[in-house]
Design a protein around this ligand. Sequence first.
Ligand code: ATP
Ligand code: MG
Length: 303
Amino acid sequence: MNHDYFIVLPDRKVRLKDYDPKYTGKFKHKDDAAQKLTEDVESLSALQDVLYAQDQQALLIIFQAMDAAGKDSAIKHVMSGVNPQGCQVVSFKTPSAEELDHDYLWRCMKNTPERGRIGIFNRSYYEEVLVVRVHPEFLRTQKIPPDLTGKKLWQRRFDQINEYERYLTENGMRIIKFFLHVSFDEQRKRFLERIEKPEKNWKFSAADVRERSHWKEYMNAYEEMFQHTSTPWAPWYIIPADRKWFTRIAVADIIVETLRSMNLHYPKPDAEHLAGLEESRRALLDEDKQLPSTTSSSSEKST
Ligand code: ATP
Ligand code: MG
C-alpha cells in the first residue's frame, strides 16, 4: 500500500475536502481485503513478539476522529492477533476533576506505553486543540491563568505537543497518529443505525448528534492541527473511514510497516548467558538418569 496517499507532510496546509472518505485504493470490495488483513494481523503479532523481547523501544499509536468514525472497531480488528500482555489501550474522555487540576499532558504522560509494548491512545492530548478549540469554554474548567489563554494558546499547544513527541521519540518511542476520516453523510447513517438496531442502541448518544452541528469548526480545527503537528518524528495519517474494512487494512498496513522500520530483533545472548543455557540444558537432560520416578507418588494421591 502506498502510504504517500495518507501521510501528512510537515507544515503542509491540508484541505480535508481533497481527501475522499470513500477511497479504497485497488480494493473494490470487503472480500478483497480480508486476506490482506489476515496477513497483516499475523505480521503484527510476530513483530510485536520481537518488540517485547527486545524491550528497548515502544510504539505509541494515536487515534483521533469524529464520533462513529470507527476507532473502536479499527482497534479491535487490527490488534486482534496481538498478545494482550504486550499491548495497552487507553481511552481519554472528558477530563476528571483530578485531571483538570493538572496540566493537560499529565494524564497522557502517565499512560505512555512501557518499553517493549504497543500503546494505543483512543483520543489523546489532541482533544486539547480540537474539542477545546471548538468549545473554548472548556478552558475555564481547566483553570488556566487568564493571561495564558490568549490567541497564541493554540500555536503554543502545537509547539508543546511537538516538543513532547520529540522528547518521547528521543527516548525510544515511535509515534504514529491516525485520523479516521468519516464523511458527514456516513456519520449520519451510522447514528441512524445505532438508533434502529437494538443491539447498537447502547452506543447512541444524543450529545454526539448535537456535536454534528459543529462539523465545519471541527474540520477547521483538524486541518490546522495536521498542518502544525505532523512532524518527521510523529506523522499524521489521514485514513479514509467511510468503508470500515478499508480503514482496517490501511491502519494495519501502516502499523506493520512502522514496526518493520524499527530495527527490531530478538536479543542475542552474550557468552555468559550462552554458557548458562548450556549448563541448564545438560542438567535437564541428566534428570532422566538421576531422578527417581514420580509416577508412583502421584498415583497414590489420586486413590
Ligand atoms: P465512543 O463514543 O465510541 O464510546 P468516545 O471516544 O467518543 O467513544 P465518549 O465517552 O463518547 O467516548 O466521548 C468522550 C468525549 O470526551 C468526546 O466527546 C471528547 O471530545 C471528550 N474529550 C476528550 N478529551 C477532552 C478534553 N481534554 N476536554 C474536553 N473534552 C474532552
Ligand atoms: Mg462518543
